[in-house]
Design a protein around this ligand. Structure first.
Ligand SMILES: [Zn+2]
Length: 128
C-alpha cells in the first residue's frame, strides 16, 4: 500500500490525464463539426486501447462539464475498447496476453512488442 499522500498524487495524475484527453477530444470534435458546418454534435465514437488507461465514465463526466456552452452539449461518447495485442520477438506470433502472463503461447519467449492496446483516438462524430 502506498502512503496516503502518494496515492492521492497518483489519483490526481490520472484525473489530469483524462481531463486533458477530454479537452483535446472536445476541441477536435468542434473543429470537425465546424468543417462540416454542423449545428449540433450528437455522438462521438472513440477507440480506446486496454493499455491507454482511460476510464470512459470519467471522460464523459468531464466532457459534459466542459461542453456546456458548445454545440457538443449533450453529446454521448461511445467507447470501443480494443484489446491488447503483442508480437513475439522470436517467432513473430501475435497474441493477446492472458492477464499478467505476457509470454508467447507458441515458444514461451518473454520478449514481446506491443502491437495495439495503447491507442486512444476519435473515430467519428455524428452531427445534425
Ligand atoms: Zn514466440
Amino acid at each position: 500500500m502506498p502512503p496516503p499522500l502518494l496515492s492521492s498524487i497518483i489519483r490526481l495524475v490520472i484525473k489530469m490525464h483524462e481531463y486533458s484527453i477530454t479537452e483535446s477530444l472536445l476541441s477536435l470534435a468542434l473543429e470537425k463539426a465546424s468543417e462540416a458546418r454542423a449545428g449540433k454534435i450528437t455522438r462521438i465514437n472513440l477507440v480506446v486501447g486496454e493499455l491507454a488507461g482511460v476510464v470512459g465514465e470519467c471522460v464523459q463526466f468531464y466532457f459534459d462539464a466542459i461542453s456546456q456552452e458548445t454545440i457538443a452539449r449533450g453529446a454521448r461518447l461511445s467507447f470501443e475498447m480494443r484489446p491488447t495485442k503483442v508480437r513475439c520477438q522470436k517467432c513473430q506470433t501475435v497474441f493477446s496476453p492472458d492477464g499478467h502472463d505476457w509470454s508467447c503461447p507458441g515458444c514461451r519467449e518473454m520478449a514481446v512488442e506491443i502491437v495495439s492496446g495503447r491507442e486512444c483516438f476519435m473515430e467519428s462524430i455524428e452531427v445534425e
